[in-house]
Design a binder for this molecule. Sequence first.
Ligand SMILES: Cc1ncc(C[n+]2csc(CCOP(=O)(O)OP(=O)(O)O)c2C)c(N)n1
Length: 669
Amino acid sequence: MATDKKDIVQLAIDTARVLSADAVQKANSGHPGTAMALAPMGHVLWKEVLNYNPKNPDWANRDRFILSCGHACMLQYSFLYLTGYDLSLDDIKNFRQMNSKTAGHPEYGLAPGVDVTTGPLGQGFANGVGFAIAQKHLAARYNKPGFNLFDYKVYAIVSDGDMMEGVTSEAASMAGHLQLGNLIYLYDDNHISIEGSTDIAFNEDVNKRFESYGWHVQTVTDVNDIHALSLALVNAKAETQKPSLIRVRSLIAYGSPNKSGTAGSHGSPLGADEIKLVKQFFGFDPEKSFNVPDEVLEYYHKAGAKGAASEEKWNKLFSDYKAKFPELAAEYELASSGGLPEGWKDALPVFKASDPKMATRQASGKVLNAIASKLPNLIGGAADLAPSTETNLKAYDSFTSENRNGRNFHFGIREHAMGSALNGMALTKGVIPFGATFLMFSEYMRPPIRLAAIMKINPIFVYTHDSIGLGEDGTTHQPVEQLASLRSIPNLTVIRPADANESAHAWRVALEHKGGPVVLVFTRQGLPILDQDKYGKASDLEKGAYILSEASKNPDLILMATGSEVALILDAQAKLEAEGISTRVVSMPSWELFEKQDAAYKEKVFPKASKKRLAVEMASPMGWHKYTTDEGDMLGMTTFGESAPAEDLYKHFGFTVDNVVAKAKALLK
Ligand SMILES: Cc1ncc(C[n+]2csc(CCOP(=O)(O)OP(=O)(O)O)c2C)c(N)n1
């Protein structure tokens, strides 16, 4: 081994650099430069700072680590492998290949030790704020004198790209305001992004910016100075009031004679010749690849192995806690395993048909407030729209810098960061987070919605003001294409309930749902409460679609709708039946839930022989054809709406009983 007399620390760091470069070279794709440059950072983190146990990557009190510049993932994979996570050298050799754990960007659930999927820049930064919020909340709820169950910190490596993204500004502002002193971010200030020097697009004073957000800011002038790095991290840990940013100057692709400091090393393999020069520079055999000296593996394994004792100590602490605080311990154990307390569903309200009209947002608010005391781990808030989205938990405080016990979150008008923070919270086992805004502004949070779906995690996204039915706010606020686009996201379940009782069941399904996020879509405007003695049961919402009102005989026609349009098609059914047209009404709150039903149930709701079908939804018709068939039709929205009172808009766009009846009859001609 051509490693001569190097001291073990330098040898270890250089091994991580060369390993990262080799993996990118073999894959013939990836981002070697930053992984190489930041190996000293990786070393200080995994060797000295992070509290983790490679044998149990899910240990509840581990420090969280986020590689927000996910493209540099070979850095993370290298250290996860070296410290003894369940990742082999073959996994490193299979970087970016089919079915490997070492995907092109770190993916939650694939490589052990990856706390969150990253890659879209800015997301990891903002996820960390959610992790930090959740840590503070868990600590406030469960820690007791002598029992610091949750005292972990949240670390991230962030890059120039992260710093340029808007979501980072939202999240940093939120973190500063909330005084999340448990956040420690290392900023790789390497002056390079894809198009070249960051000067061409980015020249603000990042330190000043973060100071003004209320962060504690330090600068390390050379990433290779591991003593300075360690010291800055010690200072950051000691700062418990403010989130910490450590700006670290680095040279991309350090060690590459022809490519260091250039954008060329950002996103392409170094090339066979250059990688040999790199190996020579670090004193490695240029002819050997994936060369991990035994002493390096032993050295990092030893660092990783320390975690087992830390976890064991914590397990003992938790078992003592359990003896002293059995109820709290049981509550946490249940919540962190994804369970819900027995009997919680008994608290779900039931609404009567004789009650006055009620907007589904209002019903949702009543449901949330009815179940909040039964579900102590349900926490959430809105992007400055709690009064409009009816998401305030009235009996509970707000989560603030002084009160971490609060269950109401004021995310501010920061939808994007709210979504990303919700993901960080959802990834922290033990809390069930929800966040609310208008359906239109789901557009401002699509990246975290998509990432939640990729990660198959379970934040609940609450969206109200769900159609032109919101009225006078006009085109800018009237969602049209949002339902179709949300329904197009794999692993996402969209539920648009038809009335107050369906809203209660929508929350039930959302809270019980596993394997992906749920979007709940509610109206601004009042809707009649469907008579549970007369019509299909609202609990059947869980099947996605159900026969709400059966035809008088074998149906000539099937009317289907979601949300506020269900009441409309019920009225249309009465008219059609009066004219001798036997009409079935299907309430279809969720396509995704319906698609999970078996063929027999689907055939029962939509018999293949009954192809005269009309769907009604005040949204883009895209996608409905599957259910309406070639012989059916869809009454939807093909423009952006208008500013006017809702009743006028219904007439203008044809969402009237007469128009539904006319369209239905046209189908039967
Ligand atoms: C939201 C988003 N936009 C664009 C990209 C594509 N992209 C990947 S890396 C990168 C440049 C990042 O530069 P920097 O953060 O400085 O990383 P470094 O060059 O230091 O590795 C870009 C634009 C992305 N991953 N995410």
